[in-house]
Design a protein around this ligand. Sequence first.
Ligand code: 5AD
Length: 351
Amino acid sequence: MVLDDLLHKSDLSKEELAFLLQLQSKADLEKLITRADEVRKQYCGDEVHLRGIIEFSNNCEQECLYCGLRKGNYALIRYRMNEEEILRAAKDIIALGIKTIVLQSGEDFYYSGSYFARVIRGIKNIADVAVTLSVGEREFTDYKLWRQAGADRYLLKHETANPKLYSIYHQRQKLLDRIKHLRFLKSIGFQIGSGNIIGLPHQTLEDIADDILLCKELNVDMASFSPFIPSENTPYSSKEQCSVELAVKTLAVTRIVLRDSHIPATTALATIHPHGRELALQAGANIIMPNFTPQPYKGNYLIYANKNRADDDDAGYLERIKKVITSAGRKIGETPGHSLKMKNVQLTIKQ
Ligand code: 5AD
């Protein structure tokens, strides 16, 4: 099939996705990216939504082979922010005009379900902003509690849709559980985010195609596909980094398949390329998630090497990100930027 037809076909198969992911020539890549940008414009418009992240704890019970936060990394200086510190950080983000607060951490069971429920209510009391949780797999009763406290979204990447690879990377966790959790979160009214890490050891283009198809099957409200960056003091510290080209191709193909899901220009892509955010915005992305973790903690959330490179900590940080958006001919979102899939869906909390 000719490329132009493929780029306009609906319900692309796994083989067709893998074919798109292996495109090499400049002309083909240009076609792919142009089509992704067209789909983004048609389904998502020109707004780029900002999500302010607070990485409030880098403690983690898991041992993911690729991640610098893994429990076995004794070289990492660990920290935990308390309720007061998290709320202060949220207030600072809200004062900047950002309408989504993302609370992210390792899997840290120091924080109970009711602790987070208090934090969520605390943020919702400051202003009418969206709250996203990204704290790993927890009890279903906790998810319900947090939804009732007013949390809007849950980010839980599936990391890989290949069950064998999933078991290799995560050892203790199971892919089926992860999918069960995502489906449950969706069923109780969370907007869900999932996605993979691109270019992990042993991963093939067919695996990436399956990652995109799983996001489609789960009808994710956001899909985050970030390039693998080796992290010091992990079993994968000397594995090869994902290429910028594969990361951008994956974004473009994801946009073409998922259409109206939000897709972030990830910090990881901005870490491996000085213009990573620009490249992502051109290839289908419509979200940027600036990091507002306060000092002295910022800098210790080292999921991968050089993470701070894209996460500077000066007064001009947000302005530079806004400039990236406007220079790309796009608009800065002024609303919480809820899921585009929700337009006709009633948000109800099932008990
Ligand atoms: N490279 C890229 N992304 C990574 N993550 C963890 N480790 C790495 C790495 N080495 C991503 C995972 C995880 C999120 C917090 O960071 O997708 O879900």
